[in-house]
Every structure is written in structure tokens, then in C-alpha cells.
Design a protein around this ligand. Structure first.
Ligand SMILES: [Zn+2]
Length: 288
């Protein structure tokens, strides 16, 4: 687990492609994907699942069960609408095996839906482009501000209008964080908040010449070279590149990022590297 301090958010992050992906945002009481349910994830009351690949979703029954065992409220879990039935049947099967009732509110979502989060935040799903049905999520902060047209009026007058039923405030939104999940690069072109959110968690499964861009595309993933080609599109304050394949060593990933990304982008890019874990995973897979 790596703690990222990005924007105004702290994120407890773990993501290695094909192994496990889970991000916890304690301030918003939310997990983005659940991986194998890493320690502490059960404390988050809301789970936003991007898709049902096992490295992103296998921990769901464990997460729901651990919340029950810890006397925490049943979680709200959101997933692509197409996956709801399948995931519910996994939960139901495990409940039968354990002869208890794993309680959770499982909701299928589609683009255009809105999910309320704590501290005046909302999450909105959008369509990502992967090998199976996948949604990304953008988290917005909302702040109530006096309507522009009423600027200049004094306090008592504004209060009088509010009492008379006039709407005196308007909501200002800011895209704080965007997480497309597993995706092809085209999501950058299609979904505006991928380019504008203050923090972008973007998968970059492959780097360097060992895996071609074409192969990355066919597997439904992003190659670093495709991010470099689009360097001018990203307006984000922080871009966290994640979900690196375990075939790449941390040194190789760093060297490729330094070599391929222009300085204007590289200076805003964080690489989510789990150095010791990746080395262990690499030696395990070499031994198999
Ligand atoms: Zn996937």
C-alpha cells in the first residue's frame, strides 16, 4: 500500500495489473475497486467498482462480510449495470456457504447516474473502453455559493429574498478525481473529466518496446507511448500512472517515463510503484 497526497485528497493505493487494484479515500469513506480487499478497506462504507475482472473485484464478498463481522453498516456498492446480477449471485452463494446473510446494497450504474458521497461530494459514472463492460467514475466536490446575479446586495436583503422562497445560491462543482478503471486510451479523448479532473488515476499497464502499442490495445489497456502522444491534452494537476504490469521492473518503468514523457507532463506524473511487491511477483511468475 502506498499513501498518495494529491490535490486535497489522501489516497491509500495498491495497483498492479493482473494482481490487485484498490484505492481507498478515507476522507470520502470510499473505495475505488476492491482488489482482494486489502487491510482497512472494509472501513469504507461505499465501494465503486469499475468492472468485474477478478483483480479488481474478487474481494467483494470478503469486504461485505468483514463489514458485517466488524458491526459496521452494510455498504453501498456500485457496479456496471450489466454486472449487478452476476455479482449479486456471488454474494448470495457465499452467504449460503457461510449460512449467514452478508448484507449490502448493490446498485448497477450507468453513465448519467449520480452517487452521493460524504462532505458534499458526488460521483458520476462514465463509460470506459475495456474487454468487458466497464465504467469509470469522476468525483466532484460541490460548493454552495451566492448566485452571481445577487452579488452586491446586502445580507438582510438576501435573507429576505431567501425567506420569500427565492433561490439565492447556486452549486459550483469541481472535478476532484477521475478514475477510468481499466481502459483503452480513447477514454482520454471521449471523457472530458479524464483531462480536467485535478487528480487523474490512469492505468498505464505497459511501457517500453517489449509490449507493442497494438498488443496493449488488444488487451484493453493503455501503453505509456499513447499517453506521451497525448501529452498536450492533460490539464490535470496530478496524474497518477497505475496498474503497471508485473512484467516491468520499477527501474524500467521510471526510465521509460523519463524518456517518453515531455517535461511539462512528467513533472505532474506520479508513478504508483510497489517496488518490493513487484520484485516478489516477478520472481514468482518467473518460477511458474
Ligand atoms: Zn480488467
Amino acid at each position: 500500500m502506498v499513501t498518495l497526497d494529491v490535490g486535497e485528497l489522501q489516497i491509500e493505493a495498491f495497483s498492479i495489473g493482473g494482481v490487485e487494484t484498490c484505492y481507498q479515500i478515507p476522507a470520502l469513506d470510499v473505495c475505488l475497486d476492491i482488489g482482494r480487499c486489502p487491510p482497512g478497506a472494509e472501513r469504507r462504507a461505499v465501494l465503486l467498482l469499475t468492472h468485474a475482472h477478478i483483480d479488481h473485484a474478487a474481494g467483494l464478498p470478503y469486504y461485505v462480510s468483514m463489514r458485517g463481522l466488524s458491526n459496521l453498516t452494510p455498504p453501498r456498492v456500485y457496479c456496471p449495470a450489466a454486472d449487478r446480477e452476476g455479482l449479486q449471485s456471488v454474494l448470495d452463494a457465499w452467504s449460503r456457504l457461510q449460512t449467514d446473510s452478508a448484507r449490502c446494497r448493490l446498485v448497477g450504474v450507468k453513465p448519467g447516474d449520480e452517487i452521493r458521497l460524504p462532505r458534499d461530494h458526488v460521483a458520476r459514472p462514465f463509460r470506459s473502453i475495456h474487454r468487458i463492460s466497464t465504467v469509470g467514475y469522476t468525483i466532484f466536490s460541490q460548493r454552495r455559493k451566492l448566485k452571481q446575479a445577487l452579488h452586491g446586495l446586502d445580507g438582510p436583503e438576501i435573507a429576505r429574498r431567501a425567506r420569500a422562497g427565492e433561490t439565492v445560491n447556486e452549486i459550483h462543482e469541481r472535478a476532484e478525481l477521475c478514475f477510468p478503471g481499466d481502459t483503452r486510451i480513447e477514454v482520454v479523448d471521449r471523457e472530458p473529466t479524464v483531462r480536467t479532473a485535478r487528480v487523474l488515476l490512469l492505468e498505464c499497464t505497459f511501457v517500453g518496446p517489449d509490449v507493442t502499442v497494438d498488443k496493449a490495445r488488444r488487451s484493453g489497456h493503455v501503453h505509456l507511448d499513447q499517453i506521451a502522444e497525448r501529452a498536450d491534452l492533460f490539464d490535470n494537476e496530478h496524474i497518477v500512472l497505475t496498474h503497471f504490469s508485473r512484467r516491468h521492473s520499477p527501474e524500467h518503468i521510471k526510465a521509460e517515463a523519463d524518456r517518453r514523457l515531455p517535461a511539462s507532463l512528467r513533472s505532474r506524473v506520479h508513478l504508483l510503484l510497489h517496488e518490493s511487491v513487484i520484485e516478489k511477483e516477478r520472481s514468482n511468475s518467473a518460477a511458474r
